[in-house]
Structures are given as structure tokens and as C-alpha cells.
Design a protein. Structure first.
Length: 375
């Protein structure tokens, strides 16, 4: 088939957005029929359902028993913010940034908290900062996977176990698709809307015993908003980590989160989720290897994301392609992030079927040829 010939087969599901992401295969609104709507989230049945999310999360991810897990307000953003505001300021901090969300945390620390001992280690889109330069006597804040650049850290080998500072990791587009070395991470945050395709606005916070010790031993000099407060009278508010959420949660969203976790269990848990994401990356890698007009934004294979797969296409071609594919009902929301270099961003998380990406690839060739012809 020539590049200009329109493919005859479309993906069965055309949702390739990087957030909110595709629902799990087979999802319908019937998945929410058991939702405890109209009930107080403090009622015993509702609290039990919230606790179910926490317990299944721990089991699937293999979170150590002495780590604590909470559902918190305002998505991954809220989870990161509350830990930055709660824990930073007592020792210097290294801020790592290689895309827009990492840059956002730099802004919080440097311009909002105004920390004087903040050291920023930055790199351009497509690259990682020099991880050997990180000082683990400091607190360290970083994204595991840069959602807007498609660049992930290759592993946790660069983080020592005997560090003095805390490691605060925004892992929203990594958790459930990549291995998390829990002994290297003191704070891990994410939202339901990414790899398991849940609904937005609720964040997940996982903290180590070292992070708990910091929360109980350090009082920051600034006021703490109510929705950030994890301690009371110098002690951790344990109830928050047992389903007593800081503020009201949506029981519809909780039900959907349970549904996603049950699906993850049904397909084989974390290993199966990771395998699905890696298979999706391979489909796109094989395509890029045989087409010289497109390349990965991430410069080397070891740092290429298997979830937020970012592809570089010069000029306005990527925008034109994304518009053409949306108009054809083939792929929705695959344009590059607004602050990122031009190209495409295709979600490859576990809820995306590999067969749909295989069907999408010929359409990329067609859209590219159409965009070039229009130019």
C-alpha cells in the first residue's frame, strides 16, 4: 500500500490521549453501577471501598508494608504539592527538570516557597540531566517519567540507599507501567487518570518511613492549607492513610478506581501491565525504525517512555497530522504537548491495546503524506 492510499482498517478504540487516558478494555458505564453515590464518604461501606483502593494498590504495586498510602485532593499535582510544602526547607534541595511538569515543581520551590538552597539540574526536551551530579545529602525532587517529553529515568541505580535527604518522585505516568524501586523512593505520587485509565482529580500519595519521620520532626515556616495537612500536633494523621480522606472524594471515581485495579489483577498484575506498555512501545519503535521522517524525542532507547511516547516531526506537520487523524476518527488527542517540540504524543499505557497501535501506524504514514501534499 502506498503512503497516499488511505488505510481501510481503523483502531477499535481511538483514545490515545496522555491524560485522561483510555479506559481499560471492555469498560462501560456498567462498571460504575455499584458506586455508593448519595452516601457519605465517611459511612462504613464507603470508607471500606476507599480502603479497597489503598489495599489493592499496595498488593499490585508491591508497596512495602511499612510504607503508607493515601488518596489526596487535586490529582497528582495536589499530591506533589502537599509533600513539597510539608517537607522541604530543612535541608538543601536538588530539583531535576527535563520537561514542563518538572519545570513546574522548580517554579513552586524557587518562586513560591522561595527556598534559598535550591539547586536546579536541567536539560532540554529529549535528554536527562547528568544524574551523577545529584547530591543525595540534599532532598531530591524529580519526575520518573516526563509526560510531555517521553523521557524516563532508566532505573533507580543512580539513587543510593544510604541517602540523607528524601527522594520525592512524581511518577504519575510511570506507576503501573514501570518498575518502582521502593527502597530508593521516599515519596511517590500519581493520579488515577493515567496508566489504569481512571477518572481525574484524585491523587495517590505513597510515603516511606523516612518521609513519615520528616513529617513528624520538621515544621515548615509557612502556613499550611487545610487540604495539604498530613499531621496533627506533630504526629502523622494516620486516618488519612486508612481511608479517612482529607476532603470529600467522588464515590463514582472511587468505584472506577476499584474497577481498574480489579482489571489489573485479572490480567496478571504489575508484570502484565508493564508487558502491555512495553509491547506498545515496540510497535512504535518498529515503525520509527523504518520511516526516516519521524523520530523519538527521547534521544536514546534506555530513556524512552513506554507510556507517553513522544515523537519528533519538524514544523507544523505534526499538528496537521493530528488534525487529520482526529477528523477521520482514527486517533484522538495525539498532538505534542503545547510547550514541547513539535510532533506527536501517543499514549502507550496498559489500557491501550497493542492491536490498536498496530492499526494506527499505517494511518501515520497516510497522514504524513497528506500533510506534505497540503503543504
Amino acid at each position: 500500500m502506498s503512503a497516499n492510499q488511505k488505510p481501510s482498517v481503523k483502531p477499535a478504540r481511538n483514545q490515545f490521549s496522555s491524560g485522561p487516558c483510555a479506559k481499560r478494555p471492555g469498560w462501560t458505564l456498567d462498571a460504575l453501577k455499584g458506586a455508593l453515590v448519595g452516601r457519605s464518604h465517611r459511612a462504613k461501606p464507603a470508607k471500606a471501598r476507599i480502603k479497597q483502593v489503598i489495599d489493592k494498590t499496595r498488593a499490585i504495586l508491591g508497596v512495602p508494608a511499612d510504607y503508607k498510602i493515601a488518596i489526596v485532593p487535586a490529582s497528582d499535582t495536589g499530591a506533589v504539592e502537599m509533600m513539597l510544602w510539608h517537607t522541604l526547607g530543612g535541608r538543601p534541595v536538588d530539583m531535576l527538570a527535563w520537561e514542563s511538569f518538572g519545570e513546574g515543581w522548580v517554579t513552586d520551590v524557587v518562586k513560591q516557597l522561595k527556598l534559598k538552597d535550591a539547586r536546579v539540574l536541567k536539560s532540554d526536551y529529549g535528554k536527562l540531566p547528568d544524574l551523577t551530579q545529584v547530591n543525595f545529602d540534599h532532598d531530591v525532587v524529580f519526575t520518573w517519567n516526563g509526560t510531555t517529553s517521553g523521557v524516563r529515568v532508566p532505573n533507580g541505580n543512580w539513587i543510593p540507599k544510604d541517602r540523607k535527604g528524601l527522594t520525592i518522585c512524581d511518577a504519575t505516568s510511570a506507576v503501573f507501567a514501570m518498575e518502582m524501586p521502593w527502597d530508593k523512593l521516599d515519596v511517590v505520587t500519581y493520579s488515577w487518570q493515567k496508566v489504569l485509565g481512571g477518572e481525574a482529580q484524585h491523587g495517590m500519595l505513597i510515603i516511606s518511613p523516612r518521609a513519615v519521620e520528616r513529617l513528624e520532626s520538621y515544621t515548615p515556616p509557612w502556613p499550611m492549607p487545610k487540604i495539604f495537612r498530613l499531621t496533627s500536633k506533630g504526629k502523622l494523621s494516620e486516618g488519612i492513610f486508612e481511608g479517612d480522606t482529607i476532603n470529600t472524594v467522588s464515590m463514582l471515581c472511587v468505584e472506577d478506581a476499584v474497577d481498574g485495579l480489579v482489571w489489573a489483577e485479572s490480567i496478571g498484575g504489575l508484570k502484565a501491565l508493564i508487558a502491555r506498555s512495553e509491547a506498545n512501545l515496540k510497535v512504535i519503535s518498529d515503525f520509527v525504525a523504518t520511516h526516516n521522517w519521524i523520530k523519538f524525542l527521547a534521544e536514546t532507547p534506555d530513556i524512552r517512555s513506554c507510556t507517553s511516547i513522544c515523537l519528533s516531526i519538524p514544523g507544523e506537520t505534526g499538528k496537521k497530522m493530528a488534525a487529520l487523524l482526529e477528523a477521520e476518527g482514527v486517533a484522538l488527542d495525539i498532538g505534542a504537548y503545547r510547550d514541547a517540540p513539535p510532533g506527536l504524543r501517543i499514549w502507550g499505557g496498559a489500557t491501550v491495546d497493542t492491536s490498536d497501535l498496530e492499526k494506527l501506524m499505517p494511518w501515520l504514514s497516510w497522514a504524513y503524506a497528506e500533510a506534505q501534499t497540503a503543504a
